[in-house]
Ligand binder design. Structure first.
Ligand code: B12
Length: 383
């Protein structure tokens, strides 16, 4: 016979193991969420992403995650918002270009969340319950289940907004066969008429309430395959991984309590020249915990070159050296973005000094040629 825990017990245990809030919901399918995912997919707003879009029916049906499932325990873990933006900490004339990393990957947040969920699941296991942990993967729409459990509302910026803790949180769940009673109600919308996130989004990806157009979302474009879309390269600014803009000015975060500095803090700003000088192995060792398309390090270089192009850094000889090397890269993806970066930094000479045959080699999709044309660079005349 399984002994049953109540929600207050779970919240208390959660706090001890690093989970800032815990709530419980049932295992019934989340029909509104399924509808939302399917509608957005039909409209192409998912921009080819898989994740929960791969199988919306499964991702919104927690009962499929564990045989005999009765409850879902959903937990939030807070992380520290970015304490400074790159522009606040750098004097561009003095310091080599840096790329900004989103706050949620500046520390081991998903690792801490998983540890907390494992510790909480252990309590349930000791009472005889079976458990399945799920977080940030394709099997469950984390925000939808958290909203149904009463951990917050789904905001205009699509984030789960906790009325006290705000949005700088990551979400994970434990599906269990233990029946847990929960009186938590859904939290009412607190965004009201506020449109800050829509106005602040650098690419206008959040025009409609609670709907993200991933075709325009910089966080997604940094993770998507192919060339970085030309129309969003300038808007990318110095973002190298992720984008925090839709949370940065969200008023719900103004009153959130401070988060103690996490241990195992990682770099918040990555040196772009060092990145571009690194081998494939070094890049994967350092950034392998990021979502990198096809696990190909050339995508890190692609993104770094857009950041470099936006750096406004004209005089440093190191920039010329690294751009020359990228223009000689074996990868057309790297060469084409190096063309753009050189053009944007007013360094066309770096391109025109190249041998056309070398620049245009091994480029089945013609992306280098297309980039040269877009930049108005003719390799024959050098103009
Ligand atoms: C794919 C994905 C992305 C994509 C697309 C994001 C998106 N908005 O869809 C990209 C790469 C752009 C991305 C970016 C980010 N992500 Co992300 N991402 C995911 C992932 C894997 C799936 C999200 C998803 O299902 N999208 C589909 C769309 C349609 O879902 P949605 O916008 O949330 O809409 C839901 C609601 O509208 C709901 N719904 C509609 N009507 C109703 C009605 C009711 C009653 C209910 C209950 C629900 C409901 O249904 C939809 C499906 O759940 C989740 C992890 C997971 N497995 O859930 C993390 C997740 C959403 N990401 C997260 C984070 C931290 C981020 C970033 C902040 C990272 C960064 N700094 O760059 C940004 C934020 C950008 C943003 N505004 O979303 C966190 C969010 C935590 C939170 N507090 O909200 C998650 C939950 C990961 C985690 N486990 O912590 N992400």
């Amino acid at each position: 016979m399984v002994r049953v825990l109540n929600l207050e017990d779970l919240k208390q245990i959660g706090r001890r193991v690093g989970l800032d809030d815990v709530a419980v919901t049932g295992i019934e399918p989340i029909l509104e969420a399924r509808k939302a995912i399917e509608e957005r997919k039909a409209l192409g707003l998912h921009a080819g992403m898989t994740f929960t879009f791969g199988n919306p029916g499964r991702a919104t049906n927690p009962s499929l995650l564990l045989e005999g499932a009765r409850s879902v325990v959903v937990a939030l873990r807070r992380y520290a918002p970015p304490s400074s933006q790159l522009s606040d900490v750098l004097n561009k004339d003095q310091i080599s270009p840096k790329g900004t990393v989103a706050a949620y990957v500046r520390s081991e947040e998903y690792g801490f969340l998983r540890k907390g969920l494992e510790a909480l699941a252990e309590h349930l296991n000791l009472l005889g319950a079976r458990t399945e942990i799920v977080m940030d993967d394709n099997r469950l729409a984390d925000r939808a289940v958290a909203a149904r459990a009463g951990l917050g509302w789904l905001g205009r910026n699509t984030m789960l907004l906790h009325p006290k803790l705000g949005s700088w949180t990551v979400i994970g769940s434990i599906v269990t066969d233990m029946p847990i009673r929960s009186e938590s109600d859904r939290v009412d919308d607190g965004c009201g008429s506020c449109r800050r996130c829509s106005e602040d989004c650098p690419t206008g990806a959040l025009d409609e309430f609670g709907v993200l157009d991933a075709n325009k979302c910089l966080a997604w474009l940094l993770q998507a395959k192919g060339i970085f879309p030309r129309e969003y390269r300038v808007a990318l600014g110095d973002r190298l991984y992720g984008c925090d803009d839709c949370q940065l000015l969200c008023p719900i975060n103004d009153n959130a309590p401070n988060v103690p500095q996490a241990s195992a803090v990682r770099e918040s700003h990555v040196d772009i020249v060092t990145l571009l000088d690194s081998s494939d192995e070094e890049l994967m060792e350092k950034f392998g915990h990021w979502y990198i398309p096809r696990r190909q390090p050339s995508y890190l270089r692609r993104n770094a070159l857009v950041v470099l192009g936006n750096s406004g850094n004209y005089d440093d000889p190191e920039i010329d050296r690294v751009l020359r090397e990228c223009l000689n890269s074996d990868e057309a993806l790297v060469r084409s973005h190096a063309v753009w970066a050189a053009f944007r930094l007013n360094k066309k000479y770096l391109v025109t000094e190249q041998q056309p045959a070398s620049l245009l080699r091994d480029d089945p999709e013609g992306i280098v040629d297309a980039e040269l044309q877009e930049c108005g660079i003719s390799m024959d005349s050098g103009v």
